[in-house]
Design a protein around this ligand. Structure first.
Ligand SMILES: [Zn+2]
Length: 231
């Protein structure tokens, strides 16, 4: 009883907020408000045939991908940008996990769980990992694994060098920047597996392309990619 009163009291002073729009959540809502759940810009790429998926087309001629998936469309200054900002810079690891769980459950309902054996996040450099305290792509991978009911492996891929910031580089420079920096930790984890490699956001796709290429070179049977949002 006292505990309940205390929780109500704390709720009044520090209401739990929607991770996307910052409005207070009401009873029965967790992490995202009903409005945001209904209105987030879902891509629904997983419902399209692979040859009509615009994200898949971006990998044509670069990397053979079975599925190219993104939960949301990146909209600048919108709710999606806010979610990604919370995940990456405000210590809100939950954002990645929750979105992963929701998306994973949707993909599973669409029958896609049967197309993957293992989920692998794009790794952060150890120094960046130490600074942030967690890998935002791994938070998403963990949630996806739960939703899809599949295993995930946080360190299957390793970053070998600290890449400089990507923002001021063109596509070719970005590719050079990432192409040599990933390696597979243990080949036996990867050989013959259909791997779903995941990241928080896809802009040029160079990072995921590099990870996918490394996984295929290591003997992965197939590579698919999934992100929280794509630009
Ligand atoms: Zn909201």
């Amino acid at each position: 009883m006292l505990r309940l009163l205390w929780n109500d009291f704390v709720g009044l002073i520090f209401p739990r907020l929607c991770l996307a729009c910052r409005e207070p959540l009401v009873t029965g809502e967790t992490h995202l408000c009903t409005g945001c759940r209904a209105e987030l810009p879902y891509t629904d790429f997983h419902l399209l045939p692979p040859d009509r998926n615009p994200l898949g087309r971006r990998f044509w001629g670069k990397l053979p991908v079975r599925h190219a998936l993104s939960y949301l469309r990146f909209v600048r200054h919108g709710r999606v940008q806010h979610l990604l900002h919370e995940l990456k810079y405000q210590g809100q690891r939950d954002v990645g996990t929750v979105l992963g769980q929701l998306y994973g459950a949707e993909l599973r309902a669409a029958g896609l769980a049967a197309d993957f054996d293992l989920i692998v996040p794009v790794p952060l450099h150890p120094r960046k990992l130490a600074k942030r305290g967690y890998n935002q792509a791994a938070a998403f991978a963990a949630g996806l694994a739960e939703g899809l009911q599949l295993p995930w492996h946080a360190t299957a891929l390793r970053r070998t060098a600290n890449t400089k910031t990507q923002t001021k580089k063109n596509r070719a420079q970005r590719w050079e920047n990432v192409a040599t920096v990933f390696e597979v930790e243990n080949l036996t984890d990867i050989i013959g597996r259909r791997v779903l490699v995941v990241d928080d956001v896809l802009t040029t796709g160079a990072t995921l392309e590099a990870c996918g290429a490394v996984l295929l070179a290591a003997g992965a049977a197939e590579v698919s990619i999934a992100t929280i949002a794509c630009a």
